[in-house]
Design a protein around this ligand. Structure first.
Ligand SMILES: *Cc1c(COP(=O)(O)O)cnc(C)c1O
Length: 459
């Protein structure tokens, strides 16, 4: 009999009642967000047209270390949390590694991902402020689903602009969003000026995340009581996602364990930022010194090959500018299957930590990721989201290194979600039709050339 259980769930009483704001413990803060009109650091009021007030405050608050989770949000968290911390005994055995492998599984809700943790918080604050509707965009669909779940709970009408090609390829994503009562509009659409312009020039345009964002933002600023919400990258989203790391840390303490290595996939950085938060706090305050590894797809390598520069968070260039590792907001990732990791930039908090040498990064190729995903599914029984499988890949690689050196390291990785809507990708892999795409330096240069030129700040 193993001493440590396969799955550890906290009780409701043990669940964190506050989120943790990593910025409060950073020795140097990320460079401030800039208002693109004035090139001055953005003030809270500058953000009000886009975000509700409480969230604008959280976005810029780099001092408050712990933020109370509102009671209503805690109640909703309890419907699907705590998420289990799982000891991957089968995986360890299959690899023949002395390493101890743990993962935190965030796929136990209908959105199939961690995104619900922030969707609930953002919908709650919008409702509190008396807003009457929300808009957002969705590419792969997890964020649109998560926000539809949250808006259903708080009785907030929601319009989701879904990239037209995904809308057509993932009819069940659309069906779930409808079931939760939200509107889904394929983008480009004729419901906005931005959409109409694109359709006039090209009636068969299949859409992009950038266009969907432009449509959602236009809808928000032209509709009374409506705001636009984003599911990753932002500081507020990392704050909400700290629930992942806080729960993990409590559970590991109960097991008398502490990770030597913490691994997560990184798209915009929200799950990774949330998972590592309390462990990074230990590193920043000198209490422990674990390694942190951000895993990104080789096809969209913002940390490993991007530039640390001011850039827009959206392709539509409407949002404030953030200093982050970026491939340029006009970078077009190749159509590959790492859906939720295809973002041009990286959370400013994670970017700064990486820049300061507190975190490592690895870029992995898609076929290697699916090899790890299918191996994991067969022995651990969870069909991972392709995004999550990036973390599995590197956890496996680190465990295999332990096998060589004989070190019994403790590895913790984030399993962000399930892959039931990604069966086209799994089918391509199973049929040997999956390819790896790595952009050339010339491909990346096209994106870098379009980075904003800011006199006196960046040329
Ligand atoms: C969106 C998503 C990601 C990537 O987003 P981050 O903000 O980098 O966490 C990873 N995994 C799943 C399952 C997702 O839905």
């Amino acid at each position: 009999m193993a001493k440590i259980p396969h799955r550890l769930y906290l009780t409701e009483d043990q669940m964190p009642k506050q989120w943790y704001n990593l910025r409060a413990d950073m020795k140097e803060l990320p460079d401030p967000m800039l208002n693109p009109a004035t090139l001055q650091p953005a003030k809270e009021e500058d953000l009000y047209p886009v975000f509700c007030k409480a969230l604008a405050h959280q976005e810029l608050d780099d001092k408050t270390r712990y933020v109370d989770i509102p009671d209503e949000v805690q109640e909703m968290y309890k419907v699907y949390r705590p998420s289990p911390l799982i000891r991957a005994y089968n995986l360890e055995k299959a690899l023949g590694t002395p390493a101890k492998i743990y993962y935190k599984f965030e796929g136990n809700n209908t959105s199939g991902s961690h995104k619900l943790n922030s969707a609930i918080a953002q919908a709650y604050y919008a409702k509190e402020e008396g807003l009457t509707s929300l808009t957002t965009e969705t590419g792969a669909g997890q964020w649109g689903t998560a926000l539809a779940e949250a808006c259903a709970y708080f009785h907030l009408p929601l319009t989701v602009y879904m990239v037209k090609v995904s809308y057509e390829q993932k009819p069940f994503r659309k069906a779930i969003i409808h079931t939760f009562g939200a509107d889904v509009i394929p983008s480009p659409s004729n419901t906005t000026e931005a959409g109409r312009k694109i359709l006039a020039a090209d009636p068969n345009n299949s859409g992009s995340l950038g266009t969907a964002i432009s449509e959602a933002v236009e809808k928000a600023v032209t509709t009374d009581g409506c705001r636009y919400v984003l599911g990753s990258v932002l500081n507020q989203v990392l704050l909400h996602q700290s629930i992942i790391g806080l729960e993990s840390k409590i559970a590991m303490e109960m097991l008398d364990e502490y990770p030597d290595i913490v691994i997560g996939c990184a798209g915009g950085g929200s799950n990774l930022g949330g998972l590592i938060a309390p462990f990074m706090q230990d590193k920043l305050t000198g209490k422990a010194d674990p390694r942190f590894i951000a895993v990104e797809p080789a096809s969209c390598p913002s940390l490993t090959r991007g530039k640390y520069a001011y850039d827009f968070c959206d392709t539509g260039k409407i949002t404030p500018m953030a200093k982050m590792y970026t491939l340029g907001c006009e970078f077009k990732p190749s159509p590959n299957h790492a859906g939720g990791l295809r973002y041009h930039g990286m959370s400013p908090i994670l970017s700064k930590l990486y820049h300061d040498g507190c975190m490592e990064t690895v870029a992995v190729e898609q076929t290697k990721v699916f090899e790890a995903a299918t191996m994991f599914a067969k022995i651990e029984t969870i069909l991972p989201a392709p995004e999550s499988a990036h973390a599995i890949r590197v956890a496996v690689d680190e465990a295999l290194k332990c096998k060589e050196t004989g070190e019994a390291k403790t590895i913790l990785f984030g399993l962000t979600g399930t892959g039931y809507f990604d069966m086209t990708a799994y089918t391509a892999y199973n049929e040997g039709k999956m390819t790896d795409y790595i952009p050339t330096d010339a491909d990346l240069q096209v994106g870098f050339d379009k980075l904003p030129k800011l006199p006196g700040i960046q040329e």
